[in-house]
Design a binder for this molecule. Structure first.
Ligand SMILES: [Zn+2]
Length: 94
Protein backbone atom coordinates (compact mmCIF):
# COMPACT_ATOMS: atom_id res chain seq x y z
CA UNK A 1 0.00 0.00 0.00
CA UNK A 2 0.99 3.60 -0.46
CA UNK A 3 2.53 4.62 2.85
CA UNK A 4 2.45 8.29 1.92
CA UNK A 5 -1.33 8.27 1.91
CA UNK A 6 -2.68 10.47 4.67
CA UNK A 7 -4.67 8.24 7.03
CA UNK A 8 -6.74 11.20 8.22
CA UNK A 9 -8.29 11.32 4.75
CA UNK A 10 -9.94 7.94 5.16
CA UNK A 11 -13.59 8.16 5.95
CA UNK A 12 -16.96 7.74 4.31
CA UNK A 13 -18.47 9.11 1.12
CA UNK A 14 -22.21 9.51 1.50
CA UNK A 15 -25.09 10.07 -0.87
CA UNK A 16 -28.06 12.09 0.35
CA UNK A 17 -31.48 11.96 -1.32
CA UNK A 18 -33.75 14.98 -0.89
CA UNK A 19 -37.53 14.70 -0.68
CA UNK A 20 -37.82 17.45 -3.34
CA UNK A 21 -35.60 18.81 -6.07
CA UNK A 22 -33.66 21.93 -5.24
CA UNK A 23 -31.53 23.88 -7.73
CA UNK A 24 -32.34 21.12 -10.26
CA UNK A 25 -30.76 18.56 -8.02
CA UNK A 26 -32.21 15.99 -5.69
CA UNK A 27 -28.94 14.57 -4.40
CA UNK A 28 -25.90 15.60 -2.47
CA UNK A 29 -22.63 13.72 -2.30
CA UNK A 30 -20.28 14.49 0.53
CA UNK A 31 -17.38 13.06 2.45
CA UNK A 32 -16.81 12.91 6.18
CA UNK A 33 -14.52 11.16 8.61
CA UNK A 34 -17.55 10.96 10.89
CA UNK A 35 -20.82 10.80 8.97
CA UNK A 36 -23.11 11.08 11.98
CA UNK A 37 -21.27 14.17 13.16
CA UNK A 38 -21.45 15.65 9.69
CA UNK A 39 -25.19 15.02 9.47
CA UNK A 40 -25.59 16.79 12.80
CA UNK A 41 -23.77 19.77 11.25
CA UNK A 42 -25.99 19.64 8.17
CA UNK A 43 -29.14 19.67 10.30
CA UNK A 44 -27.82 22.82 11.95
CA UNK A 45 -26.98 24.62 8.71
CA UNK A 46 -23.28 23.98 8.97
CA UNK A 47 -21.02 22.27 6.48
CA UNK A 48 -23.05 22.69 3.31
CA UNK A 49 -24.88 25.71 1.88
CA UNK A 50 -26.90 23.34 -0.30
CA UNK A 51 -28.31 21.43 2.67
CA UNK A 52 -28.70 24.62 4.71
CA UNK A 53 -30.97 25.87 1.90
CA UNK A 54 -32.86 22.57 2.05
CA UNK A 55 -33.34 23.08 5.79
CA UNK A 56 -34.72 26.57 5.16
CA UNK A 57 -37.23 25.23 2.66
CA UNK A 58 -38.30 22.40 4.91
CA UNK A 59 -37.01 19.81 2.45
CA UNK A 60 -36.34 16.51 4.15
CA UNK A 61 -33.27 14.44 3.32
CA UNK A 62 -31.46 11.35 4.41
CA UNK A 63 -28.37 9.33 3.64
CA UNK A 64 -29.30 6.55 1.27
CA UNK A 65 -25.85 5.09 0.48
CA UNK A 66 -22.37 5.12 1.95
CA UNK A 67 -19.00 4.01 0.64
CA UNK A 68 -15.79 3.71 2.62
CA UNK A 69 -13.27 6.00 0.93
CA UNK A 70 -11.44 9.28 0.82
CA UNK A 71 -12.00 12.67 -0.77
CA UNK A 72 -10.64 11.33 -4.03
CA UNK A 73 -13.60 8.94 -4.22
CA UNK A 74 -15.96 11.79 -3.34
CA UNK A 75 -14.59 13.82 -6.25
CA UNK A 76 -14.89 10.85 -8.61
CA UNK A 77 -18.53 10.30 -7.70
CA UNK A 78 -19.35 14.02 -7.94
CA UNK A 79 -17.66 14.34 -11.30
CA UNK A 80 -19.73 11.52 -12.70
CA UNK A 81 -22.84 13.61 -12.02
CA UNK A 82 -24.82 10.42 -11.87
CA UNK A 83 -25.90 10.50 -8.27
CA UNK A 84 -29.39 9.59 -9.40
CA UNK A 85 -28.13 6.28 -10.81
CA UNK A 86 -26.44 5.50 -7.51
CA UNK A 87 -29.56 6.29 -5.49
CA UNK A 88 -31.61 3.28 -4.34
CA UNK A 89 -34.71 5.46 -3.85
CA UNK A 90 -34.66 6.85 -7.40
CA UNK A 91 -33.97 3.41 -8.83
CA UNK A 92 -36.65 1.57 -6.91
CA UNK A 93 -38.68 -0.72 -9.15
CA UNK A 94 -42.33 0.30 -8.95
ZN1 LIG B 1 -32.60 9.72 -5.21
Amino acid sequence: MNQSQNPTLSGTVYLIHLSEKMHHSQHYIGWAANVEGRMHHHRHNRGSRFLAAANERGIRYEIVRQWPGDKHLERQLKNRKKARLLCPICNKVH
